[in-house]
Design a protein around this ligand. Structure first.
Ligand SMILES: C[S@@+](CC[C@H](N)C(=O)[O-])C[C@H]1O[C@@H](n2cnc3c(N)ncnc32)[C@H](O)[C@@H]1O
Length: 260
């Protein structure tokens, strides 16, 4: 397994620099995509009889966003059940991220989260099972035909690995000044990874199930300027001061691709 899949993680805990306290944009993205999630769930809920609704959030990270999907799905299904005059199903959520993810923070926030769910839903609330599924979404994570709905937000721009054999002395990731070969290499790696991702999920999702994927992309006309560009510049400046590390920066590439 690629080392990145083992060591990569967002900043853990609840401190000032934690992912939990620095993920407002990602939260906005999830809220904006909620109507699409709703459309997908309502469609499948009306065609598949479901007693235990099984949902996976791939690349859930930690902090409030990790449980945002759980709330959204419960609200949507609750509302659909009332409209269709059905008894709401039991829920089982699988929160997935890489092995280094701060799952413990999510577990610690569960008692309060479940308590507020019970308060809000009252007597209508059936058990809600929340499980962690550590591992890379570029490999199988679930048994065949075991999920009704798969969600992933702001995560699929992380590739399984940076394209191999890149040489780029200026940047640690794609920018508008990167050579065409580097653009091609990243695009091909993304296509390869995305194909693998879809093939694996097609085995795991039941027939008629749903999937909503929200990806971090870019406008074709825009310069690719992200925080990573700034970090790349800083790293290069540091290398100029400490010459012995030139080799490392020249062979380091971020495994992120923003498609357009
Ligand atoms: C920017 S965070 C988004 C988290 C959350 N979905 C949100 O909207 O706030 C991206 C997450 O994807 C996870 N990730 C990256 N590559 C992954 C992989 N191959 N398998 C599972 N998770 C991955 C990272 O560890 C990280 O927690």
């Amino acid at each position: 397994m690629d080392r990145q899949q083992v060591v990569l993680h967002m900043n853990p805990g609840m401190g000032d620099n934690s992912y939990a306290n620095n993920s407002i944009i990602q939260n906005k993205v999830m809220r904006k995509a909620k109507p699409i999630v709703e459309e997908s769930i309502v469609r499948l809920y009306t065609i598949i009889p479901i007693r235990c609704f099984k949902v996976a959030d791939l690349g859930c990270s930690s902090g409030p966003n990790a449980l945002q999907l759980v709330s959204n799905v419960i609200d949507i299904v609750d509302c659909s059940s009332s409209n269709l005059n059905l008894k709401p199903p039991v829920f089982q959520f699988f929160l997935n991220d890489l092995f280094g993810n701060d799952f413990n923070s999510i577990f610690k926030s569960l008692p309060q989260f479940l308590e507020s769910l019970e308060e809000n839903k009252g007597h209508k609330f059936d058990p809600c099972f929340i499980n962690a599924t550590p591992g890379t979404f570029y490999r199988r994570l679930f048994p065949n035909d075991s999920l009704h709905f798969v969600h992933s937000s702001f995560s699929l721009h992380w590739l399984s690995q940076a394209p191999k054999e890149l040489v780029n002395k200026k940047n640690i990731h794609l920018t508008s000044t990167s050579p065409p070969a580097m653009h091609r290499a990243y695009r091909e790696q993304f296509q390869k990874d995305f194909k693998v991702f879809l093939k694996l999920r097609s085995q795991e999702v039941v027939g008629g199930g749903g999937m909503v994927l929200t990806l971090f992309g870019r406008d074709k006309t825009c310069d690719i300027r992200t925080a990573w560009t700034i970090i790349g510049t800083i790293l290069n400046d540091m290398v100029l001061e400490v010459h012995t590390q030139v080799y490392y920066i020249n062979s380091f590439f971020l495994c992120i691709f923003l498609f357009c």
